[in-house]
Design a protein around this ligand. Sequence first.
Ligand SMILES: [Zn+2]
Length: 489
Amino acid sequence: MEKEKNELGITVKKEEDFSEWYSQVIQKAELADIRFGVQGFIVHMPWGFSIIRKIYEYLEKEVEDDGHVAFLFPTVVKEESLMKEKEHAGFTPEVFWVSEAGSKKIEERFALRPTGETQIYPLYSLWFKSHKELPFKGYQSRIPAFRNEMTTRPFLRGREFLFFETHDVFNLHEDALEQVEKDLEICNKVIKNKIKIPFLFFKRPQWDRFKGAVNTFTPDTLMPDGKRNQIASTHDLGQNFARAFGIKIMSKDEKEEYAWQTCFGPGIWRIMAALIGIHGDDKGLILPFDMAPLQIVIVPVLFSDKDSKEILKIANEIKNKLKGYRIKIDDSEASPGFKYNKWELKGVPIRLEIGPKEVKEGNITISLRNENKKFLIKLKDLTKEIEKFSKIIDKHIEEKAEEYFKNKTRDAKSFDELKKIIKAYKGFVKVPFCSVNKDGEKCADKLKEETAANVSGILYPKEDKIKEGQKCIVCGKKANHVVYVAKSY
Ligand SMILES: [Zn+2]
């Protein structure tokens, strides 16, 4: 029994060694298999993939409710297209090229998509000619993207990673800006409300915006090691890509004008990483009720053959009664203790334990994964109780995550103070800063050099007020913004 437990369970405490804890949860809860053999390419295992499909489902529903339609582009992008938008061509050092087929060189090599803009917008220039055809909101989902990353980590950084992207076209800039707000609201609805991950919205500094965008907005959360995790981003593309790709629209007053565009990319992997890291505990994964691949596991506690028939019969009746849920009876050979550990590790929200004593008294023991609590309930009230507990579980996960995230922001008044805080403290540090335009980039570089932390940006939509007379902690010039500093993935 003890041996079984050791093989199965997490051997480090999340608080003490987050990095090792994270790796063990991914492997032992069977979220991903990292033994595929090509660095940065992982196998999404059934348990992990089931959770990821939920994330996709939530997002697909919300963007479709917002008027988006799904399409599917090829995985590859033409070299010529990749180079068209000058800034965006900055992606080229990260792309994988397809340059050979069999033993022959391909005349016009092409890239594996690092992101969708350059494959989609050449077609948009053919699809849309009149203002009457706009707005158009399209998206693609459940697809991979590829970037040649040097250091890789499952669900945080990969050479192949899971992608979701919307690409919207408008007649007016104000409509595009309104879409940015809608995208951020989708983050609230999905990432905060459903997946229970708390975050702050930032407007990124100009030097850290998406390549080719006018402005980038992101919800960022913090992982338990204190590193910032950007879990989505939405971009005001202005007319930059429309100019580069010739997306010209005949306006109402018969003038040819470039379209206004936005794109939105929730980080499927990054959301998964936050879900694992923020909700999980020393026993393993913790999942919101609706996200769990298996919501209820019934563990029969069998002592003798005489009892077991009756107990299994009741277990089956319970399963039938609760068939609206994802439910299973674990009647495998292993001991109850082994089964408890296994399903706790995988984050199954509710466990029902049923033994001879319970059967005799018409009771059942319900055990909640997230709180490590057990309750004895009447078998006849089971349906009602499950419904009640599923809500309690979600509320508790949400409250715990909020508690974790609040007070994760501190202030520093000088560069020295920032350096001290960032060393010992896991969170955001607010500092007065000169500029979030090009002018501030030098200060950000220096800050990064000396602290290994990044300027995340300014809070959005309501920026913190800067006090009269405050100075940039790096250059000493007049501070115009309060920026948030954190180490990041
Ligand atoms: Zn400065």
